[in-house]
Design a protein around this ligand. Structure first.
Ligand code: SAM
Length: 281
C-alpha cells in the first residue's frame, strides 16, 4: 500500500487528540499542506533507499512525505506526546515496518543515530535552528547533504557569501562544513499556526574533505565569534582579546595569516579564518 500524506483536518484532529496546543517555545508550526512537504522532499532529492534523519517530525507531515519517497527515516522529536504518537500515524498511512525509527530526545543533545543517516531533511524548530544544524553537522560526519526549512532571515544568512550584508558568524560556521544554497521560499499560509515570519528552504552539500580537526574547528569558531561580536571594528581591534592580548600582537598574527589587519570580519572567507587560527596556534 502506498504511503498517504496527512491532510489539514487530520493534523488538527491529531493535535486535539494529543491535547497539543502548538507552542512558540518549541517552535511548533506544523505544515498542513501536502504540496509543501513534497516540495521539500523534491528539493532534497530524496531517492528510494536514502537514509534520512529528520529533526522535529511533529505530527508527521514531512515525515510521511519522506517515507512516500521510499527512504527510511530516523526522526528526533523532543515533545514526548508527538514522539510517542508518530509510529501509529505512520502505520495508519501505509508506512512499512522498519522504515521509521523515532527517537524521543532533544536534538541538541543527541550524539548517536541508528542507521547512519546520510541525508538531513527538516522543518527546523526556529528557536534553535542554527545550533541544532551545527550540532548535527559536527556530530554526524556521515550526513553529506540536506535541505532544511528555516526562518528566511536565517536561511539567507546561512547561504550568504563573504562581503554580503547578512554574512555573519552562522555563514562562516556553516561554510566550514560545505556549500549552501537557497532552495526556495515557503508561504506562511501552509503552517498551523501561521507564523509571523517568512520561511525559506536552504540546502547544503558537505565538502568531501574536512577543513580541519575538531581542535582546529573550535579555535577557528572562537575567532569567528570574536570577529562578528564587533563586526564594525577592524580585525586587529576586534580580535585583540583572542589573538595575543593587544592590537599589535593581533596585527602580527593576521599578517602571518596573509590577512590585512585593517580588514573586517565580514570580508573574510572561512579559509581566511582557518588560516588566522592556524597562525595563532
Ligand atoms: N516537521 C513538522 C512539520 O513540518 O509539520 C513539525 C515542524 S515544527 C517547525 C518543529 C518541531 O520540532 C516540533 O515538532 C517541535 O516539537 C520539535 N522540536 C523543537 N525543539 C526540538 C529539539 N530541541 N529537538 C527535537 N525536536 C524539537
Amino acid at each position: 500500500m502506498p504511503v498517504s500524506l496527512l491532510g489539514a483536518a487530520e493534523i488538527r484532529a491529531l493535535a486535539s487528540e494529543l491535547d497539543v496546543t502548538p507552542t512558540k517555545k518549541l517552535g511548533q508550526n506544523f505544515v498542513v499542506d501536502a504540496n509543501t512537504v513534497r516540495k521539500i522532499v523534491h528539493a532534497a532529492e530524496v531517492q528510494p533507499g536514502d537514509r534520512v534523519v529528520e529533526i522535529g517530525p511533529g505530527l508527521g507531515s514531512l515525515t510521511l512525505a519522506i517515507l512516500e519517497a521510499e527512504a527510511t527515516v530516523t526522526a528526533v522529536e523532543i515533545d514526548h506526546r508527538l514522539a510517542e504518537r508518530l509510529a501509529r500515524t505512520a502505520a495508519a498511512h501505509g508506512v512499512p515496518d522498519g522504515a521509521l525509527t523515532v527517537i524521543d530526545a532533544d536534538a541538541l543533545r543527541v550524539t548517536e543515530l541508528p542507521g547512519d543517516p546520510t541525508v538531513l531533511v527538516a522543518n527546523l524548530p526556529y528557536n534553535v535552528s542554527v545550533p541544532v544544524l551545527l550540532h548535527f553537522l559536527e556530530t554526524f560526519p556521515a550526513l553529506d547533504r540536506g535541505v532544511v526549512m528555516v526562518q528566511a532571515e536565517v536561511g539567507e544568512r546561512l547561504a550568504a557569501p563573504p562581503g554580503s550584508k547578512v554574512y555573519g558568524a552562522p555563514s562562516v560556521k556553516a561554510a566550514w562544513y560545505g556549500r549552501w544554497r537557497l532552495a526556495g521560499t515557503v508561504s506562511r499560509q501552509v503552517f498551523w499556526p501561521v507564523p509571523n515570519v517568512d520561511s525559506v528552504l536552504v540546502g547544503f552539500h558537505r565538502d568531501p574533505d574536512p577543513r580541519g580537526t575538531e581542535d582546529e574547528r573550535r579555535r577557528t569558531f572562537a575567532i569567528v565569534d570574536a570577529a562578528f561580536q564587533q563586526r564594525r571594528k577592524m580585525l586587529r581591534q576586534a580580535l585583540s582579546s583572542v589573538l595575543g592580548g593587544s592590537s599589535a600582537a593581533a596585527s602580527e598574527i593576521l599578517e602571518r595569516a596573509g590577512v590585512a589587519p585593517t580588514a573586517r570580519g565580514e570580508e573574510l572567507s572561512v579559509d581566511d579564518f582557518a588560516r588566522i587560527a592556524a597562525a595563532a596556534a
